[in-house]
Ligand binder design. Structure first.
Ligand code: MG
Ligand code: ZN
Length: 392
């Protein structure tokens, strides 16, 4: 029944996207017109999806697998606007262990995504712009690399370019987030099992003349460019590169994040020793920078549906810990009106940049009780490493 249920959900979502593109004017990007402030700040409501309930099993065992899901820029207002748009419910409500992360970096009260993801990956505070390096620009080993060394399968999924700051901090070490081609080249020196995102140009159209997708194929990777082909892959190494740079934002992107998350879980869960997967809803941040509420809502709903896909696996697997959090808040978003019946939600913003407020952490599965109360963003990485027994 669940399979057909999900198919129905897919159809509903496709219909939702079509309705939004056809009738609301979002497809014409009218809401991006700065003069049209009301359109920008209000999501008018639209179709919703059903949310299933999953019960967390009480277990004193350590998790075998961890899925870390980062909503870039996703503060509580972003989550609650999506919850209102979906008539008061999200998959995220299944997470009963909730804490707060202090996001500041080593050199700034307000972090960027590079320092934020280095903290979540390696458990150290560093300067804004740093990709997997400490304040002295020395490489620091991250959780994905530790997992790989211990024989776990590993993967990365993002809607942005896979070379963008957040996923980059889980695979590369370089002093500046703008070194996209160097970051792409560092994929070649790892044994990552699955990565799906945008950024094909950083692999194929390079100043040094290397074609990294040719090199990936030589290393045994299936290199695919379309989600329809990527989601058919059931095993082996997979490089899915679905856009030249970032994938489009919602609704134009269509179904990418959910099938990418499902495909990565299908492949990685064949590992006998366990797996580590990072999934990023990258573009919540992009729309929050622009203070576009309909975009924030649609991106957060898309990310929540990916959380639903991870929950479906974790609830039946029982050995998987899911952590959902953000690297920082974007936009200083607040909610000044809404309607659970229509899904309408209206927001105001205090900033076009990141803000300093703590962000929520949501945990589900074995070890989830470790992630309650206030903590440093670096504690999240350290706790995950301990739970996977990657560090003593
Ligand atoms: Mg990001
Ligand atoms: Zn940002």
């Amino acid at each position: 029944m669940r399979i057909s249920y999900n198919c129905v959900n897919r159809l509903k979502l496709s219909a939702l996207l079509l309705i939004i593109v056809s009738f609301s004017g979002y497809g014409q990007e009218e809401y991006k017109d700065p003069k049209n402030k009301a359109l920008k700040e209000t999501y008018p409501g639209g179709p919703s999806y059903d949310v299933q309930n999953y019960t967390q099993i009480k277990s004193h065992k350590n998790p075998k697998n961890i899925i870390l899901m980062i909503g870039d820029g996703m503060g509580l207002a972003h989550v609650y606007s999506a919850m209102t748009a979906n008539r008061g419910h999200l998959f995220l409500e299944n997470f009963k262990n909730i804490g707060f992360s202090k996001t500041y970096s080593s050199d700034d009260y307000i972090t960027d995504s590079a320092a934020g993801a280095t903290a979540l990956s390696a458990g150290i505070k560093t300067y804004n712009g740093a990709i997997g390096v400490d304040p002295d620009k020395k490489p620091v080993i991250g959780i994905r690399e530790l997992a790989e060394r211990k024989g776990l399968k590993t993967g990365l999924v993002s809607t942005s370019a896979i070379t963008h700051a957040t996923p980059a901090c889980f695979i590369a070490h370089t002093d500046s987030r703008g070194n996209y081609e160097e970051i792409a080249a560092q994929f070649m020196t790892t044994n990552i099992d699955v990565f799906i995102g945008g950024g094909v140009n950083n692999f194929e159209k390079r100043k040094d003349g290397r074609n990294l997708t040719t090199e990936l194929k030589a290393k045994g990777y299936q290199v695919l460019y379309k989600m329809s082909e990527i989601q058919k892959v059931k095993s082996g190494k997979l490089a899915g590169l679905t856009a030249e740079s970032h994938n489009p934002t919602m609704p134009e992107r269509g179904e990418m994040l959910v099938p990418a998350t499902e495909t990565a879980i299908n492949i990685l869960s064949q590992s006998k020793k366990g797996f580590f997967l990072m999934v990023e809803g990258s573009e919540i941040d992009f729309l929050a920078h622009e203070n576009i509420t309909p975009g924030v809502v649609l991106e957060t709903l898309d990310f929540d549906r990916a959380i639903g896909a991870a929950l479906k696996f974790a609830a039946s697997n029982r050995e998987t810990l899911i952590i959902v959090t953000a690297d920082h808040e974007t936009g200083g978003m607040s909610i000044n009106g809404g309607d659970y019946k229509s899904g309408m939600v209206s927001s105001k913003y205090t900033s076009g940049e990141h803000t300093g407020i703590a962000v929520p952490i949501y945990a589900f599965g074995p070890g989830a009780e470790e992630f309650t109360g206030f903590m440093e963003n670096t504690d999240i990485a350290k706790k995950m490493m301990k739970l996977l027994r990657l560090i003593p």
